[in-house]
Design a protein around this ligand. Structure first.
Ligand SMILES: [Zn+2]
Length: 303
């Protein structure tokens, strides 16, 4: 049976459009009193309460991936449709890969693995060039067979937490006065790097306030997936402005006090493995007493 979530309130050309209302409500409900608490910042910093959602010109002619940004004179948070597509596809594949790893089935010939590979490759391709999302062959949140429903709904949940972390990071830049500093003048790379870490720490704090027993796992996995997705923008982990993505993952998971054998660490390990494959970088894998120790062991090899 086919499931179709599209209706004409969904603007855009890519199937991730069906989640746009969920994205906004996820942001507004980051914490119980989020709208009330953020009102002061919104007014003081003149942050536009409406986000700028840039859709592609049509389904076959769009922009390649561009991350959200807020460094601009108008204090608007910009979101690009292709970034959402990229993040959804990365979330889907990282979720399936981690699940297969836990089940010990990653090496088996498996329909879920095949779909995850296809989705992962589509996401990677979007970094270099735009291409249309083949809804008949690549899993997506809009139209799918009901037998994929469980994996797709899980992906939607993780994607909404992950993308909300990205939004809270941008919001934190505004709240912490980084945008004022940026419009006053040129920012040194070191200062920008510092700003990025501060924005992550603030976003992680907001997220910690919004954790309840029933959303704890999705919150942590969502953040692990979102930060892991950012790894693939760079052939080298080191980057001038954004601090190394592997360090950002470590900081956030430590700040959440995630347990050493939590699946979040496994997701991050899987992402490092995929990243090293893509850029043909040799990583030595050894058996370690926990996923966290394995992550640290892999991460230091990138320094
Ligand atoms: Zn930033």
């Amino acid at each position: 049976m086919k499931i179709n979530h599209y209706n004409n309130s969904h603007k855009g050309h890519l199937p991730v459009r069906v989640l746009q209302h969920n994205i906004i409500s996820q942001f507004e409900n980051t914490t119980a009193e989020f709208l009330k608490e953020t009102l002061g910042t919104v007014n003081a910093k003149k942050l536009k309460t409406e986000m700028v959602y840039t859709i592609n010109s049509d389904a076959s002619n769009g922009d390649k991936v561009k991350g959200p940004f807020v460094y601009n004179k108008t204090n608007e948070i910009h979101i690009h449709e292709t970034f959402l597509a990229y993040l959804w596809c990365m979330t889907y594949s990282l979720y399936i890969y981690s699940d297969l790893l836990i089940l010990g089935q990653l090496d088996a010939i498996d329909e879920r693995k095949l779909l995850a590979d296809r989705t992962f490759n589509y996401a990677l391709g979007l970094i270099d060039n735009y291409s249309d999302w083949d809804k008949a062959n690549i899993p997506n949140p809009e139209v799918y067979d009901s037998k994929l429903a469980a994996d797709i709904e899980k992906t939607n949940e993780l994607f909404l937490y992950g993308f909300n972390f990205v939004l809270c990071h941008e919001y934190s830049h505004v709240d912490l006065g980084h945008c004022d500093a940026a419009t006053r003048g040129f920012l040194a790379d070191l200062e920008r790097k510092e700003f990025e870490l501060e924005a992550d720490a603030k976003a992680t704090n907001l997220f910690s306030d919004g954790i309840y027993p029933d959303n704890e796992a999705a919150t942590k996995y969502g953040v692990a997936v979102a930060l892991s997705s950012l790894l693939f923008f760079n052939s080298k982990v080191s980057k001038k402005i954004h601090p190394d993505s592997d360090v950002r993952i470590m900081n956030a998971l430590n700040q959440f006090a995630v347990e050493d054998n939590d699946t979040s660490w496994l997701i991050a390990c899987a992402a490092l493995g995929l990243w090293s494959n893509k850029y043909s970088i040799e990583l030595t894998w050894d058996e370690k007493p926990s996923f966290k120790k394995l992550y640290k062991y892999l991460s230091v090899q990138l320094d």
